[in-house]
Write a protein of this length. Structure first.
Length: 442
């Protein structure tokens, strides 16, 4: 049984384990290296430097959004074509996806450099944290193209039945980053510049692992030189399917900007520093859910293409159950022993610590059920129901989160800032359940 055909034959729990566990491990390691960045910065450079990275976070989310736009949109189409047995079309999409990733990466890099300081000031950077944000982003922007191509290749190898290779590439990238963080920040004292340099070298190392696999012709998918020329019709399809993955980080970036402004207004730079730790923990613990999502998508896409509806439905149910169970355990930990986690970023005696502990408890209130929204959106993407996927992505960020961020802090102050995200998440989960009911009944 080859790596792609087993998607339509093996038991769903076994497939989800084979595809999700490597993705969960890779995403966890990836999240850990982002946390290590912030631990080193917070401990060896200072709280203003950590606040500077927090201010830069919306731009980092935006870059990830562009990676998802290309990678998720392209591989969703590839999964369906492989399920249909159409290898030629799958290769055509794959080659177009890579050239699109390179072009978009260059555009984002150039656009970022044109007005970086203005962007960071608009994100809420003041004189104390702006130099750190500029130093960090000036270097990170160099690696955007590496990141987009690497994300696309990692998604592709999962789609063609090689989730372990995707994991190896991401773990290689993360471990490289962690080792270099220690050397550049602790030993050499390069501060936030060191963290940024470690990040782009790490991204490039992961790209090398995946690039050699395809350049040696080992993949099911093949790079066809003539297909690297962008096909306008196909690019539109990739963008339309990937748009729901893009909207989420766009909305997150906008909401984060508003959150940062409110944090400064109601809690000062201490609240911004606290959010750096809270966001790092949130990112780390949401990554396994993203791993389950990434493991689920090629299975659903292939079986949808092969018209195996029962397998599609079962995959959605089993994956969502796994994600909710994991998120519930994490929620209990964060609510019962938040100080242990926050001490990774902030000195226990710092006046920032009580703000951070309160923030992490409130910010993660809806964590157990958020998986329903994330996996529901991924399901509609995988079966190419573009409008539904777009609506769910937009609902969580634009329809719910941004209005709540604008209104709630005016009533509840800093507590309202922390509660904005879980309230929006709860509303998004409710809408997702309503939209999935007909799917599960069919």
């Amino acid at each position: 049984m080859d790596n792609t055909s087993r998607l339509g034959q093996q038991s769903i729990p076994k497939l989800l384990a084979q595809y999700s566990i490597p993705a969960v491990i890779a995403n966890l390691v990836n999240a850990i290296y982002n946390i290590v960045d912030r631990i080193f910065i917070g401990k060896f450079v200072g709280e203003n430097a950590l606040a500077g990275l927090t201010i830069s976070f919306p731009l980092m989310i935006l870059i990830f959004g562009f990676a998802s736009l290309v990678g998720v949109g392209g591989t969703a189409l590839i999964s369906i074509k492989l399920g249909e047995g159409n290898q030629k079309s799958a290769n055509h999409i794959f080659s177009n996806m890579l050239s699109m990733a390179a072009i978009v990466g260059l555009i984002v890099t150039i656009g970022g450099y044109l007005n970086l300081e203005g962007l960071l000031i608009g994100l809420g950077a003041d004189k104390a944290v702006l130099p750190y944000s500029i130093d960090y982003m000036n270097i990170v922007l160099i690696g955007v193209t590496f990141q987009l191509i690497s994300f696309s290749l990692a998604s592709a190898v999962r789609t063609e039945g090689q989730p372990n290779l995707s994991m190896i590439a991401m773990v290689t990238s993360a471990l490289t980053n962690i080792v270099l963080d220690y050397i550049f920040i602790d030993i050499l004292g390069w501060g936030v510049r060191g963290a940024a340099i470690a990040t782009i070298i790490g991204q490039f190392s992961g790209l090398l692992v995946l690039g050699f696999y395809y350049l040696k012709g080992k993949g099911v998918l093949k790079i066809v030189v003539k297909d690297l020329i962008p096909d306008v019709k196909l690019v539109k399809e990739i963008v339309s399917i990937g748009a729901s993955s893009f909207i989420t980080p766009i909305g997150s970036s906008m909401a984060m900007i508003l959150l940062n402004v409110s944090l400064v207004k109601y809690g000062g730079n201490a609240a911004i520093t606290a959010m750096g730790g809270v966001n790092s923990l949130y990112s780390m613990f949401i990554m396994p859910v993203m791993g389950i999502q990434q493991g689920m998508q090629p299975i659903i896409g292939y079986n949808h293409g092969a018209n195996l509806k029962d397998r599609v439905k079962k995959t959605l149910i089993v994956a969502t159950s796994m994600a909710v169970a994991f998120s519930t355990v994490v929620f209990i930990l964060l609510e019962t022993v938040p100080t242990i986690f926050m001490e990774l970023f902030i000195e226990p005696s710092s006046p920032t610590m009580p703000i951070a502990v309160n923030g992490v408890r409130l910010f993660n209130v809806m964590l157990p059920l958020l998986s329903i929204n994330l996996l529901g959106t991924a399901y509609f993407q995988s079966v190419a129901q573009i409008k539904k996927a777009l609506f769910l992505s937009a609902a969580r960020q634009f329809i719910f989160l941004i209005p709540v961020v604008l209104l709630l802090p005016r009533v509840l102050g800093l507590t309202g800032v922390w509660l904005s995200t879980p309230i929006a998440d709860g509303l998004a989960v409710l809408v997702t359940i309503i939209m999935l009911i007909p799917v599960l009944k069919d």
